[in-house]
Write a protein that binds this ligand. Structure first.
Ligand code: 1GP
Length: 230
């Protein structure tokens, strides 16, 4: 595990879903991208140990040598094969399962085995009420005036390293990103949701530190050329 866990330097991350199939030809192109800083494996529905390890194997076999992470969404799907782990806390979940209880169960079983130098915790704020993650976590979509309070809560009360603005399946409101970008002091800002074009990447990166691209990778090849330059 020689690669340093330099997540704060990453600008562009691809998020691959173990439940979906990414053709090998596409994956072979993606792993050669000059702008790809890391690959995260994770999703919301149908994530198992088997499909997660299979996807990690497929990525490695495609020749990927960069940072490979698992974003853990269930205890049963945790594999030892990733380099690093992102652990989400869903700040606006409708119940404590996604903010505390699932984490406590995991810590009770595996806490003594965790190498915390390979783990980063993300404070998620879910915006798209129609997304799978909103449904699963019964997320209460924040009003505009609540967003900065959530940011302060993540940064100054919980002291989380990462604030993840999750628009999954829809594209963000730039005014909102700008307001978050202006208010934060140290916390690292990650944005994900609806990015398909380089133009959108540039727009979002005016205000946040890292952009995550997921679903677009499963929809045709234009994104590889335009966003990933490969
Ligand atoms: C999902 O934020 C990521 O967790 C990316 O969203 O799938 O809409 O690109 P998209």
């Amino acid at each position: 595990m020689p690669k340093a866990f330099a997540w704060s330097k990453w600008r562009t991350i691809a998020k691959l879903d173990p439940e979906k199939t990414l053709e090998n030809t596409k994956l072979h192109r993606l792993v050669k991208s000059p702008v790809l800083d890391a690959i995260v494996v994770g999703g919301t529905q149908g994530i198992t140990y088997t499909n997660t390890s299979q996807l990690i194997k497929q990525i490695k076999e495609a020749g990927y040598r960069g940072p490979l992470l698992q974003e853990v969404s269930s205890l049963e799907s945790i594999t030892p094969e990733a380099d690093y782990y992102f652990i989400p806390l869903v700040l606006n979940a409708g119940n404590l399962e996604w903010m505390r209880d699932a984490h406590l169960r995991a810590l009770k079983s595996f806490g003594h085995l965790i190498d915390w130098s390979r783990v980063a915790v993300e404070g998620y704020l879910v915006f798209n009420p129609y997304s799978a993650v909103a449904e699963l976590t019964s997320a209460v979509v924040p009003e505009k005036e609540d967003v900065l309070a959530y940011l302060d809560y993540a940064e100054n009360i919980l002291h989380l390293p990462i604030f993840y603005i999750e628009f999954s399946g829809s594209f963000a409101d730039m005014e909102l990103l700008e307001a978050v970008g202006q208010r934060r002091r140290r916390i690292h800002l990650v944005y994900g949701g609806g990015v398909r074009q380089a133009r959108q990447v540039a727009q979002v990166l005016q205000y946040v530190d890292t952009v995550v691209i997921g679903n677009g990778l499963y929809e045709g090849n234009d994104i590889l050329k335009d966003v990933f330059q490969c």
